[in-house]
Design a protein around this ligand. Sequence first.
Ligand SMILES: Nc1nc2c(ncn2[C@@H]2O[C@H](COP(=O)(O)OP(=O)(O)OP(=O)(O)O)[C@@H](O)[C@H]2O)c(=O)[nH]1
Ligand SMILES: [Mg+2]
Length: 403
Amino acid sequence: MIKIGLIGKTNTGKTTFFNSATLAAADISNYPFTTKQPNIGNASAITLCVHKEFNVNDSPKNSRCIDGWRFIPVDLVDLPGLIKGAWEGKGLGNQFLSVAAQSDALLHIVDASGSIDASGKIAEAGTGDPIADIADIEEELVMWYLKLLEGNRDKISRAVNSGIDIVYAITDIFRGIGVREQDVRLALQYNGLVDVKFDDIDFQNSKDFCWSLRDISKPTLIVANKIDLPSAAENFRRLREQYKDMIVVPSSADAELTLRRAESRGLIQYLAGDERFEIKDQTGLNDKQRWALNFIRKDILGEYMRTGVQFAINVAVFKLLRMNTVYPVADASKLSDKYGNILPDVYLMKSGSTVGDLARDIHSDLAKGLLYAIDIRDGLRLPTNYQLKDRDIISIVSARKKK
Ligand SMILES: Nc1nc2c(ncn2[C@@H]2O[C@H](COP(=O)(O)OP(=O)(O)OP(=O)(O)O)[C@@H](O)[C@H]2O)c(=O)[nH]1
Ligand SMILES: [Mg+2]
């Protein structure tokens, strides 16, 4: 399952974001370093389901289908907050990297309203600097990579001098945090270090290399949170200006939490990520709730279209990680599995994945006997190296059956 990590300075709203997306009840407070251990929960990536195109009622198994939208489970990990100097042991940073490293993508949550000071304490809105906060946290991440590299200099040097490829020797050090050989190769290329002897790579070179490696190995988007506060609009504009090569999504985790909780109590009708909600029964609301919902409708949904929480998750899955949705079925005419469940499963497959990759993801036995696949839309026979497209519905034909 895809894992998305929430990183950022302390007090930016990571746990509020997490609770709103998972409906968990992890501790939120305006004190720095509230989250001491990572929280892991189930969220969804949401995309338009294919069932309407075929005019069938589906019976999903590995996902849910609500109002024509497929909710595909993803893991969300809420991490302890960081602070400048965390890599040297300030704050709670210690095991941070090993947990962050299990994530496929990161959402960097920043307090766009500027209501936290440099030390992470809540301050007057507009006085904090979210641009500096992002730069500080990015530097922290890179320092962790650098610490790993520099701490293993002798080991890498010995390996390289004994004839082991530099790409392999470096990957070996970073493998535990999800770095792949192609990431290391790209980062070396990017910094012109491919033909440089490892022992000649100086500290600045290795820092530059670690910047690239962090970038390549953990795709990240910026979530400009607390957009509901008046001081956030200008900072959001500055963030977009400053971080032109990254995606910046505005969000109000607080608003999403209000909506999701009101929905689960039956007060409103609201689907995560929607641009609107309906109040079911005005008389069931007290004045404070009515005011909060009106504010969300006008100042957040009205200004930014959505609260941004679900949107950020979708962007991470479908844009940053470039996932396509693919629906495997056993019975091509009924679009069902062998038990008659219609469009039971949807798989998230990275762009470029093939029929062979899909078969392997479903079951190793299916992959071993793989012959070809059939495209349900036009009956075309697809070879095992056919690259899957988004919304493909595929029947896999294998000499071996899934057990
Ligand atoms: N106005 C506003 N406040 C928010 C929003 N999201 C979170 N907050 C507030 O910000 C404070 C910190 O929220 P948390 O979710 O605990 O932040 P965190 O990043 O998990 O903090 P640590 O676990 O300490 O790193 C709380 O007072 C929240 O209510 C938001 O979208 N808008
Ligand atoms: Mg927290």
